[in-house]
Design a protein around this ligand. Structure first.
Ligand code: SF4
Ligand code: SF4
Length: 397
């Protein structure tokens, strides 16, 4: 990690603990702790030394399970990073309280990096600036509870630049992949942060998994390349290719994904892709952009919904339909979701888009700034058959 203040060797691949392996017990989904521990330790045994989690991941369970995974000497082998849940910070004193709670859950005395979670313009103004939270982070450093601090980010370049210019940050975490070069912090933001010597950590390199499963049209584009790569490898190599990037996080959910990502990491390097390879990625991204109707990354920050709507699932059915164009299949998937309150189980969050009451409680939680109730209405129109896809998304098609 080449930057001014964090002097350490970090692996190209970091383990993001937001999408851990899941098991179902009587329809209820839970994190599969044994499998999580197995895959995290396998990644560490094979060179991964950066573990990223957050207070809210898996409804608070991620930090606890990561803490368990890092027992038996694994904590000492990694840089452990978690994030301050901004929605819980009402006063400056909350920072230390929350940090201590997180250290306890993670069974550790210190964090290698502590990040303000999901800063955007508003959170930056109303919390970081108004409550002078950087001072609180400095106090945590003085007390030895954290070694470095920074922020994770979801907003636009202007907001990013304003935050970067506010403080001499040590690290920032941004969403970046070949579809998000001009959205979120953007390539300009990535270059700007790196030019200031800030360690840049990349999240969502595969855009919530969208880039891992492209439609046949895109696979054909990749197949034209002289070098053969999987769609996942194309996505990851694109990010590693940027010299400004310190570490790329992947939210790995299975042993197979860990294995594949480790293989990709073994071939990674800055400025390694040829002009022809970058051309292939450009072509693929142009086709991809047309098929993603709702840019949901399935992060689940919007969940649970008080009306039981399975928000990311509804968007994923629509986006898949946009790729495969099989309306019958999409309708069948949609019908598997609960259509009314009786069929609904809030524990499962299995509701159709039609159940959205437009309470708007989810709106401020979405890092992708999706108009969730508005988009759910469109999903319901298309998948219940009242309006056609072309009619609803006419401007995009
Ligand atoms: S606006 Fe709709 S989807 Fe969002 S929280 Fe309210 S009911 Fe749920
Ligand atoms: S709608 Fe937004 S908050 Fe909800 S899962 Fe998708 S990206 Fe995440």
């Amino acid at each position: 990690m080449g930057n001014k203040t964090i002097k350490w060797e970090v692996s190209a691949l970091g383990f993001g603990c937001m999408r851990l392996p899941i098991k179902k017990i009587l329809f209820i989904k839970k994190v599969n702790e044994l499998e999580t521990i197995r895959i995290i330790r396998h990644a560490i045994n094979n060179g991964v030394n950066y573990i990223d989690t957050a207070y809210g991941y898996h409804m608070g369970k991620s930090e606890v399970i990561v803490g368990n995974a890092l027992q038996d000497g694994y904590r000492q082998k990694v840089h452990l990073v978690t994030k301050l849940p901004m929605y819980k910070v009402k006063a400056a004193g909350d920072v230390e309280k929350l940090c201590r709670e997180q250290l306890k859950k993670l069974q550790t005395d210190y964090l290698d990096i502590y990040l303000f979670h999901g800063l955007n313009k508003e959170r930056f103004q109303k919390q970081v600036k108004q409550l002078d939270l950087v001072v609180e982070m400095e106090k945590l450093k003085e007390k030895g509870l954290i070694k470095h601090f920074g922020f994770s980010f979801h907003d636009n370049f202007q907001a990013f630049k304003e935050i970067i210019d506010y403080h001499d940050w040590e690290a920032c975490q941004i969403q970046y992949n070949y579809l998000d070069q001009d959205t979120q912090a953007t390539t300009k933001g990535l270059e700007y942060a790196a030019s200031k010597g800030i360690a840049v950590i990349i999240m969502e390199p595969l855009k919530g998994g969208h880039l891992a499963n492209p439609k046949p049209e895109i696979k054909e584009i990749f197949d034209k390349a002289s070098i053969k790569r999987t769609p996942v490898d194309w996505g990851l190599q694109f990010v590693w290719n940027r010299p400004e990037v310190s570490v790329v996080l992947s939210g790995m959910s299975s042993f197979e994904q860990v294995k594949q990502n480790l293989e990709s990491a073994g071939k990674s390097g800055a400025s390694k892709l040829t002009a022809a390879e970058l051309g292939i990625i450009k072509q693929a991204s142009e086709v991809f952009k047309k098929s993603i109707l709702v840019p949901c990354t399935a992060c689940e920050y919007c969940m649970p919904c008080p009306s039981g709507v399975a928000i990311p699932r509804n968007f994923s059915i629509l986006n898949s339909f946009s790729s495969h164009k099989d309306l019958k299949r999409a309708k069948k998937e949609y019908k598997k979701l609960a259509a009314d309150k009786d069929a609904l189980s809030t524990a499962k969050d299995n509701g159709m888009a039609a159940l959205c009451s437009k309470c708007k409680k989810c709106l401020e939680k979405c890092p992708q700034s999706i108009d969730i109730p508005g988009e759910l209405e469109k999903v319901n129109s298309v998948l219940s058959g009242t309006r056609s896809m072309d009619e609803v998304y006419s401007r995009k098609n």
